[in-house]
Design a binder for this molecule. Structure first.
Ligand code: NAD
Length: 487
């Protein structure tokens, strides 16, 4: 299986190589085989990319928003037309089941391009009445924006950052995760084909050190990171030290609360999506499932039956639900947490093993795992695992569950299942989380802002909120009379 790109980096509208950079092997997580090899960006590559972005940006910003938007919408069409190829590449890159990558990865990037390609034209400043005079505000681009991605949704993350940044008149230098360098390059090619002028979307490869170099580069105006809280703290500090704008999309340990009047079938469906989609590697996952005592048995029976029916296997087989985790290190981390959960006294209700799948012995698979009898203080209920591990907790009262749900340093997401809509809105309003669902989970339409409270992030992606985060306000006072001066 090979997925070798033409070269490691994409700068100024073309592929660029510098073999001086350290080699990064790209593995297919289902088998562990090497499918591509890229080089980390050298200083020379970083400079080329930053210079390309810096010099291309002013002319781009001078275009009318509809003109920029038209190119983004053309890119959206190309992404959708190539969806089958992009999905296959994303599956090879991440190990996620083709069943998912066909509907959730490139299509989500396309949706962002389509949305921001249209929305930017109406994202305008305000006219302000000042009596005799007036003022107005202008939404201006920031300049060169750096995007840094995680490995769970590589092309989606590239699209979610590039689309609002470019729509607003910025240029972007994007560094994918070192584990998943491939699909951002494919997106860059598509931008060029769609007519995006050279230098506006550049991709450079590398580990955290390359990311840090980009963040602190003098030409960088803003950084948008998707990654762990630990990395977010470092990047936020680096950006703050140089007074750069920053958006942080970080990790979570989100609560999903199921009241005893909930539709159990839907609530179980929500809990499964909240824990096992993308083999559990989703930042907004509802990994603390609080179930009210009255329906606990019913909920657990249905959950168990449906979890047992999840098919692990060949990610390229359209019947497969669940692929492997991204890497050996991630599998070891997840298996470590499964051991910790048992040591802490939680009950390993289902799964917990590494399945032996013929032909995929070298893959990083973990069974969908459910812990019951989980205490709030346990590490499996407090720390982000980022794998297919669900903790089921029980509760009795509304106030009690709100307090327990909020007792975390994170605040990315939260969900509530109940048929009582007054309660649904009351509870959601009381939860400290940036992205919430009522009777659903893990849906992230581009029309709604996405992001976290507390340690889970700063700023927002998607919706008009993202355009605000990729722009700066200029206030203009217009004097209609004479200048009143005491001098
Ligand atoms: P990570 O933090 O290890 O890496 C993220 C990116 O940051 C990578 O590209 C990495 O090379 C880069 N990086 C690392 N150190 C850096 C530094 N010092 N300076 C600049 N860049 C640096 O995250 P990961 O393991 O790739 O992804 C998993 C994490 O991402 C999880 O915690 C998950 O919750 C989070 N995540 C959040 C969202 C969201 O939108 N909130 C979405 C997906 C993933």
């Amino acid at each position: 299986m090979r997925a070798q790109p033409k070269a490691s980096h994409y700068i100024n509208g073309r592929y660029v190589e510098d073999e001086q950079g350290a080699v990064i092997d790209v593995l297919y997580p289902a088998t562990g085989e090497t499918i591509a090899r890229v080089h980390s960006a050298t200083e020379n590559i970083v400079e080329l990319a930053m210079e390309a972005a810096r010099s291309a940006q002013p002319a781009w910003a001078r275009l009318k928003p509809v003109e920029r938007g038209r190119i983004l919408r053309r890119a959206a069409e190309l992404v959708l037309a190539r969806n089958d190829d992009l999905a296959r590449l994303e599956t090879l890159n991440t190990g996620k089941a083709l069943q998912e990558t066909l509907v959730a990865d490139a299509p989500s990037a396309a949706e962002a391009l389509e949305f921001f390609g249209g929305a930017v034209a109406s994202f305008t400043g305000e006219q302000v009445d000042l009596g005799q005079s007036f003022g107005y505000t202008r939404r201006e681009p920031l300049g060169v924006c750096v995007g840094i991605g995680a490995w769970n949704y590589p092309i989606q993350i590239a699209g979610w950052k590039a689309a609002p940044a470019l729509a607003m008149g910025n240029a972007m230098v994007f560094k994918p995760s070192e584990l998943t360098p491939l699909t951002a390059l494919a997106l860059a090619e598509i931008f060029t084909e769609a007519g995006l002028p050279d230098g506006l979307f550049n991709v450079v490869q590398g580990l955290g050190n390359v990311g840090a170099t980009l963040v602190t580069h003098p030409a960088t105006a803003k950084v948008s990171l998707t990654g762990s809280v630990e990395t977010g703290r470092k990047v936020q500090a680096l950006a703050g030290g140089k007074m750069k704008h920053a958006t942080m999309e970080l990790g979570g340990k989100s609560p999903l609360i199921v009241f005893d009047d909930a539709d159990v079938k839907n609530a179980v469906g929500g809990a499964l999506l909240a824990n096992f989609y993308s083999t559990g590697q989703i930042c907004s996952n509802g990994t603390r499932v609080f179930v009210q005592k009255g329906i606990y048995e019913h909920f657990l029976d249905d959950l168990t039956r449906r979890t047992k029916a999840i098919r692990l296997g060949d990610p390229l087989d359209p019947e497969t639900h669940l692929g492997p985790l991204i890497s050996r290190a991630q599998r070891d981390k997840v298996m470590g947490y499964i051991a910790i959960g048992q040591e802490e006294g939680a009950t390993l209700h289902l799964g917990g093993g590494t399945p032996k799948l013929q032909g995929f012995e070298g893959g990083y698979y973990v069974e969908p795992t459910i812990f019951t009898e989980v205490g709030d203080h346990m590490r499996i209920a407090r720390e982000e695992i980022f794998g297919p591990v669900m903790s089921v907790l029980t509760f009795e009262e509304e106030d009690e569950v709100i307090a327990r749900a909020n007792d975390t340093e994170f605040g990315l997401a939260a969900g509530v299942f109940t048929r009582d809509l007054a309660r649904a809105h009351r509870v959601i309003a009381a939860l400290d989380a940036g992205t919430c669902w009522i009777n659903a989970y893990n849906l992230t339409p581009v029309e709604l802002p996405f992001g976290g409270f507390k340690q889970s992030g700063i700023g927002r992606e998607n919706a008009r909120a993202a355009l605000a985060h990729y722009s700066q306000l200029k206030s203009v006072y217009v004097e209609m009379g004479d200048v009143e001066s005491p001098y």
